[in-house]
Design a protein around this ligand. Structure first.
Ligand code: ADP
Ligand code: GLC
Length: 494
């Protein structure tokens, strides 16, 4: 049994903007099921405080405004500590962005505070009477933890998980000064990245072990194409870097029990699935009609996801017997274009410009094809959900999409292994050809049903991956013991 402090900036169902929340709300449960003592530390945004039963633990540093609320992840036994601060976290809205969609100006201060408090918790100096063996950090918001921890004698081991290398937490030098970080961290071997403070580098340089959320993305980020300027560093630390595929929460994403969908079903009862299509069509204000292929998009409207490629295709797609439902928010230019297309073709295109968890489930349950033409995709969860729900994914062969979807070709179809359509090039034309391939298969009902059923029976549960995290923690502990003994030898001889 290990004691694990899991530090994250979001966790479902307390607060969610994307896949990090899904992972933070399900991996700790899977680790606990393996016998570990896992506790989550995250910011106490008002929505998170309201979503659970939390009580104050104790006021700290009287007057500093920092307090810890104690509670749990709803519907689980995983303890959660919420870090509240009246200036930094007690504000409504998105955890990272203001009402105009711009990052909160004080984000470096907000998340530096999270990191400092995480180190205090990790060193058992917060009066919580608990000291972890491992601190598991996630994404740039937790990037200062490994460097701050690195000098602490008797420290826990650190693991840093990259959910998305493109978000690095970059800020100008004066921010570094204002954060009063030790000056020695200001170097290219530390937190400096082309004269900027780079939070994520803290994790990449100082963590005992680094991992990312799929084996394929772990390989890709060591190359200039996907490395976001950090590929050299990652190559240098390649012996400490691995890829562990995300799992999905089998309770939250199960079509046989999902309370958010209109008709529950499983792979032996695809007829029930049709009712979800009809309901989804009604939600789009269309008549219920099983004939057209209903294509879906659920996700952030940003360049990473390739939404521009889909928008480019819309004129041609409208010549085909298809419907399209898009649920997402993101960059204003994409939102405006989609709004315009939905007005032009109200009977074929529906755009829900919102974040709507129940609707996302209904779309997975009622659509026929699920589009994910991502430019890069560290793991991607929605293509796994769509396979579970019998909506056939059309994905680019990149990151975790390549690791989780098996392309329908004559051989994979023959072996009953195909679960989706996979294409190579990041272009509208390749996406068009992939959709056309999908539509041809959609017309062949027995083959289509086979693809759906194979996808629905795929095991995307956390169990296997949680065991891989167990080994990662063992490796991190061994590395941290070695680092500490080297530090002691150095101090003795120096
Ligand atoms: P990312 O984390 O890069 O956004 P993932 O596929 O890992 O992508 O996870 C996205 C998660 O966010 C999924 O749970 C998906 O259902 C959810 N999601 C994204 N956009 C929306 C939306 N507009 N409404 C509801 N859920 C959404
Ligand atoms: C990030 C990635 C996504 C991944 C998620 C959870 O948001 O963009 O691919 O699935 O994190 O790890």
């Amino acid at each position: 049994m290990k004691k694990i402090l899991f530090v994250t900036s979001e966790a479902y169902p307390l607060i969610k903007t994307g896949g990090l929340a899904d992972v933070s709300g399900s991996l700790p449960i899977a680790l606990q099921a393996l016998g570990h003592d896992v506790r989550i530390l995250m910011p106490g945004y008002p929505a998170a405080v309201a979503a659970g039963h939390f009580k104050p633990h104790r006021q700290l540093h009287g007057g500093s405004g920092v307090a810890i609320l104690e509670g749990g992840l709803p519907d689980s036994d995983v303890p959660v500590w919420l870090l509240t601060h009246k200036d930094y976290f007690e504000r409504e809205g998105n955890p990272y962005l203001d009402a105009e969609g711009k990052p909160w100006e004080d984000n470096p201060h907000r998340f530096a505070l999270l990191c400092h408090v995480a180190v205090e918790v990790a060193m058992n100096r917060m009066g919580l009477h608990w000291k972890p063996d491992i601190v598991h950090c996630n994404d740039w918001q937790t990037g200062l933890i490994p460097p701050l921890l690195s000098d602490e004698p008797g420290r826990p081991a650190s693991v840093f998980t990259i959910h998305n290398l493109a978000y690095q937490g970059l800020f100008p030098y004066p921010v570094f000064e204002k954060l009063r970080l030790p000056q020695r961290f200001w170097s290219p071997d530390g937190l400096e990245f082309y004269q900027q403070l780079c939070f994520i580098k803290g994790g990449l340089v100082f963590a005992d072990r680094i991992n990312t959320v799929s084996p394929n993305y772990a390989r890709e980020i060591c190359s200039p194409e996907f490395g976001c300027g950090l590929d050299g560093l990652l190559q240098h630390r390649a012996d400490r870097l691995s890829g562990i595929l995300n799992g999905i929460d089998p309770a939250a994403w199960n079509p046989a029990t999902d309370p958010f969908i209109s008709a529950r079903f499983d792979s032996n009862d695809l007829a029930a699935r049709c009712r979800n299509k009809a309901v989804l069509q009604q939600q789009c204000q269309w008549p219920a009609d099983p004939a057209p292929a209903l294509m879906a998009w659920v996700g952030r409207l940003v360049k990473q996801k390739g939404i521009d490629l889909l928008i480019e295709l819309l004129p041609g797609l409208m010549q085909l017997p298809v419907q399209l439902v898009v649920v997402g928010t993101g960059e204003g230019r994409y939102e405006r274009l989609l709004q315009r297309w939905a007005q032009l073709y109200p009977e074929r295109i529906a755009f829900f410009c919102c974040y709507d968890e129940p609707l996302a489930h209904q779309v997975e349950a009622g659509s026929d094809l699920f589009l994910m033409p991502s430019r890069f995709e560290p793991c991607g969860l929605t293509q796994m959900y769509s396979q579970r729900y019998g909506s056939v994914p059309v994905v680019r062969r990149v990151g975790g999409l390549a690791d989780t979807v098996t392309d329908a070709d004559p051989i994979t179809l023959g072996h009953q292994q195909a679960t989706g359509i996979v294409f190579d090039e990041s272009s509208a034309d390749s996406l068009r050809q992939a959709i056309r391939r999908g539509l041809a298969l959609f017309c062949n009902k027995p083959l289509w049903q086979q693809i759906q059923q194979v996808g629905m029976s795929r095991d995307f549960s956390w169990e296997h991956s949680a065991r891989r995290y167990e080994s990662l923690y063992d490796q991190a502990l061994a590395d941290s013991h070695l680092a500490e003994s080297l530090l002691r030898t150095g101090q003795a001889s120096g």
